[in-house]
Design a protein around this ligand. Structure first.
Ligand code: PBG
Length: 330
């Protein structure tokens, strides 16, 4: 550093609002946001989710209304997750392959009503299985890799045929990105993107999501044999390298804030578009803080989202997307 105090005073550029804006190294805009939405059965249905206060499941018509809202707010993309009716859940999650399941209904309705909004779809079996795991389970309760991956390929094709723009496998099976890419290419679905949940950790922050898709009570055991150990960072880089080599267009780190170091390292190492999922437990922490008067929602939302951008993210999946976009649009 050439100058020192008092010639150099770093507070000078912070002294006024216009100057702070001028010197901001990072920007946050509605275009950085992906809005996750939960789909439920019926018509005109809104089901609030107790552990995710302020977030509801919507029937397909409500999802379309959220799509129009997103468009008006400048949010470019929605992420869909189904709450499959209990009677349609099974050992093998076959409902995931039904071309008329809730996901496909929602995808088609959105692409019909708001074709300019991107639709990202989750590939994993947990919203469809009677045991709440992301894949097929053997007699010992182990989630089998290759058999699951083959099903996930079918699930991804089912979503792509319904009109999904971004296929987002969140299951953490080995090899599935390459298999899904090959299947999409074979179908001529050349422009269907894959956003891999490349570094997804076995996290305590997913609880409210499992309520939202109805899998919390069903889940037997944990997901530690397929999701990553929070102790590991080198392994996240290996996961990302593999998924990119297999044809992922973009990669995701999940959860978000506790893993900013991973986001930063992935961006530094690979120079590819990196996304973060500010997951349900992170949303719930902010809302809990607001509820007890410990924090200000608007400030917490904008600060945490900016942190993801600063760490190197191209965008963030967040349940606060619509709220943040409203704030950003002034
Ligand atoms: C499951 C899936 C999970 C989330 C997205 N996809 C939960 C899990 O792995 O158990 C969590 C998202 C959130 O907590 O907001 N395939």
């Amino acid at each position: 550093m050439s100058a020192a105090y008092p010639a150099l005073r770093l507070r000078r550029t912070r002294a006024s609002e216009w100057s702070r804006r001028l010197h901001a190294e990072t920007t946050l805009a509605p275009a950085d946001l992906i809005w996750p939405l939960f789909v439920s059965e019926g018509q005109g249905v809104e089901e609030p989710i107790a552990s995710l206060s302020g977030v509801s499941r919507w029937s397909v018509d409500g999802i379309v209304a959220r799509g129009r809202e997103a468009q008006a707010l400048g949010i470019p993309c929605l992420a869909l997750f189904p709450n499959t009716p209990p009677g349609l859940r099974s050992e093998d999650g076959a409902e995931a392959l039904n071309p008329d399941n809730l996901m496909c209904q929602a995808i088609r309705a959105l692409k019909d009503a708001v074709p300019d909004i991107g639709v990202l779809t989750d590939v994993a079996l947990d919203p469809y299985t009677s045991h709440g795991h992301d894949g097929l389970v053997d007699a010992a309760g182990y989630v089998i890799n290759d058999g699951t991956a083959a099903r996930l390929v079918e699930q991804a094709l089912n979503q792509a045929r319904a009109g999904a723009d971004i296929i987002a496998p969140s299951d953490m099976m080995d090899g599935r990105i390459g298999m899904i890419r090959a299947a999409l290419e074979a179908e001529g679905a050349h422009n269907v993107q894959i956003m891999s949940y490349a570094a997804k950790y076995a996290s305590g922050f997913y609880g409210p999501f499992r309520d939202a898709v109805g899998s919390r009570g069903l889940l037997k055991g944990d997901k530690k044999t397929y999701q990553m150990d929070p102790a590991n960072a080198e392994e996240a880089l290996r996961e990302v390298a593999l998924d990119l080599a297999e044809g992922a267009d973009t990669v995701m780190v999940k959860p978000g804030l506790p893993y900013l170091d991973i986001i930063c390292r992935v961006k530094d190492r690979f120079q590819v578009p990196v996304f973060a999922y500010q997951v349900s437990g992170e949303y719930a922490m902010i809302e809990a803080s607001v509820a007890v008067g410990a924090g200000d929602r608007d400030a917490l939302v904008l600060e945490t989202l900016m942190a993801f951008k600063r760490a190197g993210c191209s965008g963030v999946l967040t349940y606060h997307a619509a709220h943040a976009a409203r704030l950003l649009n002034g």
